[in-house]
Design a protein around this ligand. Structure first.
Ligand SMILES: [Zn+2]
Length: 203
């Protein structure tokens, strides 16, 4: 990978001279020791394939039952969207909006924009609005809470496991698959890598 000469540490603003980096090496800030980025093998190919798979899993996670509860023979099945709708109906409007935005809409927007940006670059085409898309992706990333949502669901399940028999639906596994692939995609197409591609696409 070609490197720019310097970057600013995102935690302490220290200017870091970029060394020649091998695959799977991680750059650490010499001043505050915070991790800057890791270089990956064929990052463009892996970002596109993981990003696309992650987006497909997210769509699947919204298309099938997420969880079913069996309380004394009465089975109630919910989908992910239904879970947000139920919060809305029970007057937890703010919480419902947060779930819609951070668990469903933002990841979908992030992955779609990333693919719109990277697929033309992969085929050597000019990527329109590359800088604007790069900025949007940078704004979205810190707000996507797929991993937090998974942990929240697991904790909630432990609490209700004594009250009802829980049947884990296909969507549940699809969302876990999405969260893992999303994290991989976001790590590979990290800020440094993304702006390297955008810079190359402009030329
Ligand atoms: Zn630093």
């Amino acid at each position: 990978m070609e490197t720019q000469s310097k970057i600013a540490c995102h935690d302490c603003d220290c200017l870091i001279m970029l060394p020649e980096m091998q695959i799977n090496q991680t750059l650490v800030c010499p001043s505050c020791s915070s991790k800057q980025f890791t270089t990956y093998n064929r990052p463009l190919d892996y970002s596109i394939s993981y990003g696309l798979s992650s987006l497909i899993l997210l769509v699947m996670a919204n298309s099938f039952p997420f969880l079913s509860f069996d309380v004394q023979g009465q089975i109630r099945t919910i989908t992910l969207i239904q879970a947000s709708n139920d919060l809305f109906i029970q007057d937890f409007v703010f919480l419902a909006v947060l779930v819609y935005i951070f668990v469903l809409l933002l990841p979908m927007a992030y992955l779609s924009l990333l693919l719109i940006l990277l697929i033309p670059i992969k085929f050597g085409l000019k990527s329109f609005f590359a800088v604007s898309i790069g900025r949007l992706i940078g704004y979205f990333r810190p707000w996507i809470m797929a991993e937090v949502f998974i942990v929240g669901v697991l904790i909630a399940l432990i609490k209700v496991i004594d009250l009802a028999d829980i049947i884990v639906g296909f969507s549940f596994w699809a969302y876990i698959g999405f969260a893992i692939l999303f994290t991989l995609t976001a790590n590979i197409s990290n800020r440094h890598q993304l702006w390297y591609w955008i810079d190359r696409a402009k030329r």
